[in-house]
Design a protein around this ligand. Structure first.
Ligand code: GLU
Length: 280
C-alpha cells in the first residue's frame, strides 16, 4: 500500500486562525499516526494578496504549535510558469477559450471560496472564441461541456472520508455544468493561476494520498477531480473536516483576526490550550 502523505496548504494572505490550526493539527496528527508524511505548501499564486510576512507568521505559528513537516516548503509562486505551460496541453486539445469578461469577476473566481459568497457560474459569453483570438489581457476558461465530453463519466469518482460526506462520490456531469460552469484557470496579465488548478498539479507532484482540508472547500472537489482526469493526474482521497466557528456560529475568516493564533499566543495560551479549545 502506498504511504499516507498529506499536506497543509495555507494561502499566505492573512494570519492563521483557529480554523487553520485545526486543519494543520488534524493533518499532522493523522500523518504521524499513519507513519506517513506531512508536507507544507504555500498557496501563494495570488501575487497581490500573498505577503512574505504572512508566510513567516504562518511558519512561526505552526512551529509554536509543535508541528513538524517533511521536506522543504513548496511555494507555488515559484512554479507559475510551469502550471501555465502544463495548462497549454488543454488548449491544444481545444478545451480552453480566451475570455475578456471583467477582471473583478475573474479575480473573485480565482481565489479560495468565502462563506456567503456564491460561486458565479459563467454565462458563456466568450465561449465561441477560438484560442487564436486570445488578447494579452484575456483569461483562459475551461470549456466544461467539451471537457466532460472527452471523459468517461463512470470514472469520475472519489473517496471521501470526512464526517459530513463519507463514502464514494460520483460526479454528475450535468450537476457540474450547473454548479461549476466554465471556470477561469489562468489570467495571464496578472499571471494568476486558479488555486484549484495549481493545487491539483501539486497534489499529484507531491504524491498526496489524502487531502485534509476544511468543509468550505468541499464544493471544489468535483472540479479538481475533473481537472485530474483531464490532465492525467491521480485522484487522492479527500477528507473535509468540520469548520471552526465563532460564538455566533459564523465561519472564521482571515479578515477578522479575533481568532488569530497570534492573539491566543500573545494572551499566554499554550499549544495544549489550543488543542483543547479545538477538541483535539
Ligand atoms: N489554499 C487553500 C486555502 O487556504 C487551501 C487549499 C486546499 O487545502 O486544497 O483555503
Amino acid at each position: 500500500m502506498a504511504g499516507f502523505v498529506t499536506r497543509f496548504a495555507p494561502s499566505p494572505t492573512g494570519p492563521l486562525h483557529l480554523g487553520h490550526a485545526y486543519s494543520a493539527i488534524l493533518g499532522h496528527d493523522m500523518a504521524r499516526a499513519a507513519g506517513g508524511q506531512f508536507l507544507l505548501r504555500m498557496e501563494d499564486t495570488d501575487l497581490q494578496r500573498s505577503k512574505p510576512e504572512w508566510k513567516a507568521a504562518i511558519i512561526a505559528d505552526l512551529k509554536w504549535l509543535g508541528l513538524t513537516w517533511d521536506g522543504p516548503i513548496l511555494e507555488q509562486s515559484a512554479h507559475i510558469p510551469t502550471y501555465a505551460a502544463r495548462l497549454e496541453t488543454l488548449a491544444a486539445r481545444d478545451l480552453l477559450y480566451p475570455c475578456s469578461c471583467t477582471r473583478g469577476d475573474i479575480r473573485a473566481a480565482l481565489s479560495a471560496p468565502q462563506e456567503g459568497v456564491a460561486h458565479q457560474v459563467y454565462p458563456g459569453t466568450c465561449r465561441h472564441r477560438p484560442m487564436s483570438s486570445r488578447q494579452p489581457g484575456d483569461a483562459l476558461r475551461l470549456d466544461l461541456a467539451k471537457a466532460l465530453a472527452v471523459l468517461d463519466p463512470a470514472r469520475l469518482t472519489y473517496l471521501e472520508t470526512g464526517p459530513a460526506h463519507v463514502g464514494l462520490h460520483q460526479i454528475d456531469p450535468e450537476a457540474a455544468q450547473r454548479s461549476i460552469g466554465d471556470i477561469v484557470l489562468h489570467r495571464k496579465d496578472e499571471d494568476i493561476v486558479a488555486y484549484f488548478l495549481a493545487s491539483a498539479f501539486d497534489d499529484a507532484d507531491q504524491g498526496i494520498s489524502h487531502v485534509i482540508r476544511g468543509e468550505d472547500l468541499f464544493e471544489f472537489t468535483a472540479i479538481q477531480v475533473i481537472l485530474q482526469h483531464l490532465l492525467g493526474l491521480p485522484t487522492p482521497i479527500y477528507h473535509h473536516h468540520r469548520l471552526i466557528r465563532d460564538e455566533e456560529g459564523k465561519r472564521l475568516a482571515k479578515r477578522d483576526d479575533a481568532r488569530a493564533l497570534s492573539k491566543y499566543r500573545a494572551e499566554g495560551a499554550t499549544p495544549a490550550d489550543i488543542r483543547r479549545i479545538l477538541g483535539l
